[in-house]
Write a protein of this length. Sequence first.
Length: 318
Amino acid sequence: MLEKRQTHTTRVMLLSSSLKEWWRKWWRSKKKGKESSEKKRNPLSAIAYYLVVLIGYLLALDFFSDLLGDDITKNNNNININNNNQKKKKEFVKLFWFTLHAIVGIISHLLVLKSDPGIVTEKNHKVCYKMFPFDDLLYEEGKSCRTLNIDIPARSKWDAVTNRRVCKFDHYCAVVNQAIGLRNLRWFLLFLIVNGALCVHGGLVCWNRVMTRIPKHWHSVKEKDFFGLFLPALMYHHTRSMFSMFVLFSVGFGVLVFALYHIYLVSMNVTTNETYKYAHMRRVNKRLPKSERVDVVNIWNRGIVLNVKEVLFPMRVY
């Protein structure tokens, strides 16, 4: 009876070990297949950006056409005709600047999309490895990349979306469909500032359209009760323009705040990826006794001027 139990236990152990071995082989083959197969970035997010800009610009053209297409008062008075012509010239100038702003926004998107984030390869590995020192806290010297079979440079990270190792990796942005790193962070900041300002500009266009279409006696109501009576009346009579304005202002100020956050990170010489690591290290430090805590220090912070210069004029990786 005892021998039967022992043989049964031995069989179970052999089966479990064989299953474990099969699982390890299967997982390794799957992982190698993932690493060897080149992932393709999904262009839908970038296409969506262009569609949003196109729809917004068409709406703006509709608003400007209302202002430019107002009939001249049927009056023989030359003063009225001259006033209307001057108003139309001003609206044409506003339309020109808005069109130019939209074009600059698209160009900033293309700059990020087509730029090199600072890809680490076998050819430029030695250059990237010497760029930043190791702090032995977030980045330890001697670790190797299994995919490229090279030593991992400090401040670099493997981007799972673009399937590339990026020097001074910040994050992957789905809107521009590109990894943000050492070489294209400056273009990403330009993209945020230009497009955030473009949204605010579009909101001002909506507000200008509404203000030119309301009756004159409404201005007295605006001064007396703006939030209680004037604003609800605008929402009721000019729903599309007011809704577009609120959406554009919300998105615009949100993007500009995000840009200010990244500018703050630039001034401290910290990437978005490193902020997560620093936050994790601080949480771990709080759980440890004071005698065992580690000093979390950013060794790459060289002062605001040099930090900004590093982003505006990045080092070459080739």
